[in-house]
Write a protein of this length. Structure first.
Length: 429
């Protein structure tokens, strides 16, 4: 473990102050180019890469120089949530911030919320420093208690499936939303739950595996008992389309997340059937998403699932058909790459530096610096093709051979000859 990590842990007291100290010391930094990007959906795009949308931590935004493996899952998610909120704030302000200014604005955002349980609330009220209060709140936001496996005991430390809603609500807060955090969170989670229940009951009933996933979402929502009973009942009887429309919260980013969660719910247990796809499209229409937006959301979801695998996503962990569903997802994602093949090829050809590195990679291993150059070049291209965002995730460079197979025109002729000779040899055997 690096010396940097010996005195930094997102689960220990004063970790927020330590984060800003490491930032000031230059242990890691904030990418100004990233902050000033003009794309309106950049937070959504980056949160796919990091995994925050799915309640998991694949990477961080700023502090990837830290030893991620030395943090437990809750600590990783706390740090990732903190960084995404910080990223959202700096993006909105378009200028640097201080630890105090950011802590104060976050505490104002969470005003009225003092933790998910009595112990958290006691810790919050007895904390003398603002940063310590914020640490209590972030820890409380990340962890939930759920019995969604149907066991007779409570399972602790499951990821909050709705954690990304904090980012959506924070953005609304920065844009002038005045309603208390707790009230807005209930409205937003209720809106998502309605959408999930609507797509789950496509044939009039909910499969057991889908029921478990829905129970986890309800637990993440941390709703009052009366509302929790309402949604547990709706899992049994469904929700009419008209009522779905009435209770939906109109927010473009929330709409995209709701659609993606609906897709994830169905994809996690089986291959999506035509009738289910029709209902997904009906949900998308109710959310005011056009066909292009629905396709984009689905492709970004598939891209993340394909790299994460069945062991890293909650919905796959709890499905006995996970391996099958994951393989089908991977196949579909490869078809997506195929559909983008011509466009990807054109964009890559126009980047001479990327072409040179890709050609070099067919003959020898790239250096760490060259791999970073490849990632940077891919980032510029993939901003216009978010469905291929898989390459921007940690380990994405390992997938370059897949690209080379799908766009063989990029492969130097000498290398292609060797490939043909190898194939002939295999065929002869």
């Amino acid at each position: 473990m690096s010396s940097t990590n010996l005195d930094f842990s997102p689960g220990s007291k004063n970790w927020i102050a330590k984060f800003f100290e490491l930032l000031d010391r230059g242990v890691f930094g904030i990418d100004d180019d990233l902050i000033h990007q003009k794309e309106s959906n950049l937070t959504h795009f980056i949160s796919h890469q990091t995994g925050l949308i799915y309640g998991t931590s694949k990477s961080f935004i700023f502090s990837n120089t830290l030893d991620k493996k030395s943090f437990n899952p809750d600590e990783q998610l706390q740090l990732l949530l903190f960084e995404t909120l910080l990223f959202t704030y700096i993006r909105k302000q378009q200028k640097p911030t201080t630890a105090k200014a950011f802590t104060d604005i976050l505490l104002s955002f969470y005003k009225g919320y003092e933790g998910a349980n009595l112990i958290d609330r006691i810790k919050y009220k007895t904390s003398s420093q603002a940063t310590n209060q914020l640490e209590v709140l972030l820890a409380s936001r990340v962890g939930i208690k759920s019995s969604f496996l149907g066991a007779n005991y409570w399972l602790n430390h499951l990821s909050n499936a709705f954690i990304f809603l904090d980012v959506i609500l924070f953005r609304a807060f920065l844009e002038g939303e005045q309603a208390p955090f707790v009230d807005n969170y209930q409205r937003y989670t209720s809106s998502v739950l309605n959408g999930l229940i609507y797509v789950a009951l496509v044939d009039g009933k909910v499969e057991e595996k889908e029921r478990k996933i829905l129970k986890h979402f309800i637990a993440s929502a941390a709703l009052p008992l009366a509302l929790k009973k309402r949604y547990n009942e709706r899992i049994k009887v469904g929700i009419p389309f008209k009522l779905l429309q009435q209770e939906l919260v109109k927010d473009e980013l929330l709409a995209q997340i709701t659609f993606e969660f609906g897709h994830l719910l169905l994809q996690s247990t089986h291959v999506i059937a035509p009738r289910e796809r029709q209902k997904l499209e009906a949900l998308g229409s109710a959310l005011d998403l056009n066909t292009a937006q629905m396709l984009l959301s689905e492709e970004m979801c598939l891209a993340f699932i394909s790299q994460s695998g069945p062991k890293e996503l909650l919905v796959y962990k709890q499905s006995t058909e996970a391996s099958f569903a994951f393989k089908e997802t991977s196949k579909r994602w490869l078809r997506i790459i195929g559909r983008n093949r011509d466009r990807l090829l054109t964009e890559m050809r126009e980047s001479k530096d990327l072409m040179a590195l890709l050609q070099k990679s067919t003959k020898e291993d790239l250096s760490p610096e060259e791999k970073e150059q490849v990632k940077a070049q891919f980032y510029d291209i993939l901003k216009s093709m978010p469905s291929l965002a898989l390459f921007l995730l940690p380990g994405g460079s390992l997938l370059l051979p897949i690209v080379m197979k799908l766009v063989p025109e990029l492969i130097p002729s000498a290398f292609k000859v060797n490939e043909v000779e190898k194939k002939h040899t295999e065929d002869e055997l």
